[in-house]
Design a protein around this ligand. Structure first.
Ligand SMILES: [Zn+2]
Ligand SMILES: [Zn+2]
Length: 333
């Protein structure tokens, strides 16, 4: 199989020929059809995760199963599936025993079995989710990280009917958060640093689009504030600023790997019982719900697609903030 290999951190990825893997007990072999490129892949590229090299990244893979290992009963050859980050917990820790395998400190992920920037990949059957009929591979791919993450974040924000939701950071994650919030009938405002995105964000369902500048908290406060802020930006300064625009009882849910610690104003935090929360891929039903909304046509990932061989150019485009709104690598094999 061909794969985009990270041989050394901070160096261009290398398209290499690797041996085809074979599934062990409990695993499946997937012919990858599409693989989304996430902001976290930039952190992988820079060596933020202490993984031994060479490695293959890609944690938004979708494809069809070409072989199943012993003991796999629910899935079979030909099934169309995607794979999210934590595929299998240890089954023995407090998180696993209480049904929160995603929080298992010893969970198995693409880091153990190899990622989706490859023509074939292994996955634990427990980490595979069937793709709804009629949903194409490219549109499904970003749901396995970006879509899943923001659907969990939205649910963990506990939005009440009529509450106003603000989305901070309108990239791969944010443009889906905006559409999910709108699809659930919540008044939704987009806070973007790029004025050029205004019209597109309105078409995606934003009731208001605010151009945030350096101080999104002031811009949002002046526009009436929000009960929920879903933050996908990696600017800790922007998160701290936006926090000040929460209405009393409001919740800011952070889903971005910010470049430094998040500082919030203690008076804003205390007065009015405001909360700063964190969320990542959480309950498995969030992934299911997100896939259903995309399959129904109510949410449409906005994609740029490229062949697998262009992974380096795509990574540079992503680092430069040029992608609208998610780049997906398509695999020809
Ligand atoms: Zn991701
Ligand atoms: Zn565990």
């Amino acid at each position: 199989m061909r794969a985009e290999v990270i041989a050394k951190y901070n160096e261009p990825w290398e398209l290499r020929q690797l041996p085809d893997p074979r599934p062990q007990a409990g695993q499946v072999l997937i012919r990858v059809r599409a693989s989304g490129m996430c902001g976290t892949d930039l952190h992988v590229h820079h060596g933020l995760f202490p993984l031994p090299t060479p490695l293959v990244a890609g944690h938004e893979p979708v494809g069809d199963i070409v072989e199943v290992g012993p003991g796999v009963t629910a899935l079979g050859v030909g099934d169309r599936v995607g794979v999210h980050w934590n595929q299998k917990g240890c089954g023995r820790c407090a998180a696993c025993l209480s049904g929160r395998e995603g929080a298992c400190p010893n969970a198995q992920s693409w880091m153990h079995l190899g990622g989706g920037n490859s023509e074939l990949m292994l996955a634990w059957a427990s980490g595979c989710t069937l793709i709804p009929d009629g949903l194409d591979y490219a549109a499904a791919a970003p749901i396995f990280c970006a879509g899943y993450t923001v659907m969990s974040g939205l649910r963990n924000a506990d939005p009440k009917p009529g509450e106003r939701v603000a989305i901070l950071g309108l990239g791969g994650l944010g443009h889906l958060a905006l559409q999910f919030s709108h699809a659930l009938g919540l008044p939704t405002v987009a806070l973007t640093g790029q004025a050029g995105k205004k019209e597109e964000l309105r078409k995606m369902g934003a009731d208001d689009v605010l151009v945030s500048g350096d101080d999104p908290g002031k811009v949002l406060s002046d526009a009436g504030g929000a009960d929920v802020i879903l933050s996908t930006t990696n600017s800790s300064k922007q998160v701290g600023s936006a926090f000040r625009a929460l209405r009393p009882g409001g919740r800011l849910v952070n889903m971005g790997v910010t470049e430094g610690p998040i500082t919030v104003d203690p008076m804003t935090l205390m007065m009015g019982q405001r909360q700063l929360r964190g969320s990542s891929q959480d309950e498995r039903s969030d992934l299911y719900d997100a896939l259903q909304l995309v399959a129904s046509g109510k949410v449409k990932p906005v994609l740029e697609t490229y062949p697998l061989e262009q992974a380096n150019a795509v990574r540079e485009r992503l680092a430069a903030g040029k992608v609208r709104y998610r780049a997906v690598l398509l695999h020809a094999r």
